[in-house]
Design a protein around this ligand. Structure first.
Ligand code: ZN
Length: 197
């Protein structure tokens, strides 16, 4: 069904990571809320205060996303119910932050692609989304920004905006893939619990 296999806020674990980088990735992932945590099903609130605390929060999310090898992260995923997301589609570009994003327009043209999620270990499912979007948002100082995005960038933004509304990729994938995804997820969460025990 998927024409290509792009990972969403989860990037595949590169096999050549040195132990220190791996440890950093694990530590970052430990800060990300996982499926079953009710916060992931809660709608995030509008940000009204653009202060130093918000800027710290955004900076921390950027570092966490980087360390976790993600390409996007919603505040919801770190337990903060603010309408804030960060993303970076190319590993050498700066981290983009969107505050209070609103989908202003999306294309009729849609496409399927495989997505993963830092909150759903081991889940890789196909999701159909508009190819092009226009999103109004604010930057970390409250200034207005307009983002026109296509392809992977548009997909990441939509995936993270879903998190702000409590929506997960399991809700957007066909039934057979949802069942398969839930199975993989339960096994991964159980294995993580055994590790911690
Ligand atoms: Zn996600």
């Amino acid at each position: 069904m998927a024409e290509h296999h792009e990972e969403l806020d989860e990037a595949p674990e590169p096999p050549t990571l040195d132990p220190e980088t791996l440890a950093r990735r694990r530590a970052a992932l430990a800060h990300v809320r996982k499926f079953g945590d009710p916060v992931l099903r809660t709608e995030a609130r509008q940000v009204v205060r653009f202060d130093a605390e918000l800027r710290d929060e955004i900076a921390r999310m950027g570092v966490l996303m980087h360390d976790a090898y993600g390409i996007g992260l919603a505040a919801t995923q770190v337990g903060i119910l603010h309408r804030v997301l960060v993303y970076r589609v190319e590993s050498d570009s700066p981290v983009n932050a969107l505050v209070n994003p609103v989908l202003e327009w999306s294309s009729k043209e849609e496409e399927w692609a495989e997505e993963g999620c830092l909150s759903l270990p081991a889940v890789h499912v196909d999701v159909e989304r508009p190819v092009h979007v226009r999103v109004r948002a604010q930057d970390e100082s409250g200034g207005a920004i307009l983002v026109e995005a296509s392809g992977l960038e548009a997909r990441v933004i939509q995936h993270e905006m879903d998190h702000l509304d409590g929506v997960l990729i399991l809700d957007r994938t066909p039934r057979d893939q949802r069942k398969e995804g839930m199975r993989a997820l339960r096994a991964a969460l159980e294995a993580a619990e055994d590790d911690a025990a």
